[in-house]
Design a protein around this ligand. Structure first.
Ligand SMILES: [Fe+2]
Length: 167
């Protein structure tokens, strides 16, 4: 096998021959696993060569995620619950769409008064940089990292290797 054949291929690459299949995942085909206290994640797709990672997150009422900076753009669609960035007044509810430009910095917060988990689909390009109180990078969260954490959480739960698209 050549080195090129061994490397992951971008999922958007058009094959030289044939017609590729659309890749379907039902809601229950990939497990939700706990990434952090009150935060469950389903990793739907990664594209390591282009840094794309697509996840669905379910967050408990009262969850606040670390302040982070995006090195690439983010597309977000809210399925249930509500949330906002502490830096902005707009509240995302079921049906809301949010675009986050590369370079944006914010802190995701789910109100403690919510009565249900907040369920959001995110497509993220490039690493997220978690920032500490002084603005220093405390954690780099990218496609490869999210995939490795997801796989290891699944393994610890005794689940089969998840069939993440692009992995
Ligand atoms: Fe963000």
């Amino acid at each position: 096998m050549s080195i090129a054949a061994a490397l992951p291929r971008p999922t958007f690459a058009v094959p030289a021959h044939g017609v590729p299949e659309a890749l379907h995942r039902g809601q229950d085909d990939l497990p939700f696993v706990e990434f952090d206290h009150g935060v469950e994640m389903q990793v739907l797709q990664v594209d390591i060569p282009t840094g794309l990672w697509i996840v669905r997150m379910r967050m408990a009422p009262g969850t606040t995620l670390p302040t982070h900076k995006h090195t690439g753009e983010v597309y977000a669609f809210t399925i249930a619950g509500s949330w906002r960035y502490l830096e902005y007044p707009e509240v995302n509810v079921a049906g809301s769409y949010l675009y986050e430009p590369a370079g944006s910095v914010h802190t995701l917060h789910v109100p403690a008064t919510n009565k249900e988990p907040t369920d959001v689909w995110f497509a993220i390009r490039g690493p997220n940089l978690n920032l500490d109180e002084d603005g220093n990078v405390s954690l780099v969260f990218d496609a490869a990292f999210v995939l490795s954490v997801y796989r290891s959480r699944c393994r610890k739960m005794g689940l089969a290797v998840p069939k993440v698209i692009g992995a």
